[in-house]
Design a protein around this ligand. Structure first.
Ligand SMILES: CC(C)(COP(=O)(O)OP(=O)(O)OC[C@H]1O[C@@H](n2cnc3c(N)ncnc32)[C@H](O)[C@@H]1OP(=O)(O)O)[C@@H](O)C(=O)NCCC(=O)NCCS
Length: 145
């Protein structure tokens, strides 16, 4: 599936279609000239009357559209959507320790590291020959702030 390689989405086709059918999933796509150039995939992991917990499972821009503010826009758009429900919101995500651009983006938006998993990712790629730690981030926001 071209969609998978373009957005570096390392999931099986079955997992992708199950995700899009799941009622707890929420996804954002940025298009230019009706072509998807950016994607955020996530799901609600918990909701009650006071709290929403949401996990971002993947965010990616096509290579030619990176470092132009679109990743930032996708994350702000997600926050706007979640804030509509006027609850306390925790947004979780995870990335590899070598993904410096992603880490810069999350820190710029106020995401905080709450855990690390040492050597979580194996070394399958020639571009990242060493194993990487997983860095776990959370951003907490109050919907009425
Ligand atoms: C990580 C990714 C989603 C960032 O999205 P983006 O649209 O490129 O990021 P933005 O243009 O919104 O940049 C926001 C901030 O991130 C940092 N950043 C992003 N790309 C950068 C680059 N090439 N060089 C330096 N800083 C960069 C900067 O701090 C930037 O803010 P600034 O311009 O005010 O300094 C994008 O690079 C991507 O698709 N990467 C491949 C897939 C991936 O690794 N996804 C993350 C999985 S966890």
């Amino acid at each position: 599936m071209q969609f998978k390689s373009q957005f570096e989405l390392n999931w099986s086709n079955d997992s992708i279609s199950k995700h899009f059918q799941n009622e707890n999933s929420f996804n954002l796509i940025i298009q230019q000239d009706q072509i998807p150039i950016g994607l955020l995939i996530g799901h609600y992991i918990f909701q009650d009357i006071k709290l929403i917990e949401f996990e971002i499972l993947h965010i990616a821009l096509l290579p030619n559209y990176r470092n132009q503010g679109y990743g930032y826009k996708l994350l702000i758009e997600l926050e706007k959507h979640l804030k509509i429900k006027e609850k306390t919101i925790n947004i979780f995500l995870e990335t590899g320790s070598a993904n410096k651009f992603a880490i810069k983006l999350y820190e710029k938006l106020g995401y905080k590291i709450y855990n690390e998993r040492k050597n979580y990712y194996g070394s399958k790629s020639i571009n990242s020959p060493l194993s990487q730690d997983a860095i776990l981030f959370v951003k907490s926001l109050n919907a009425i702030s």
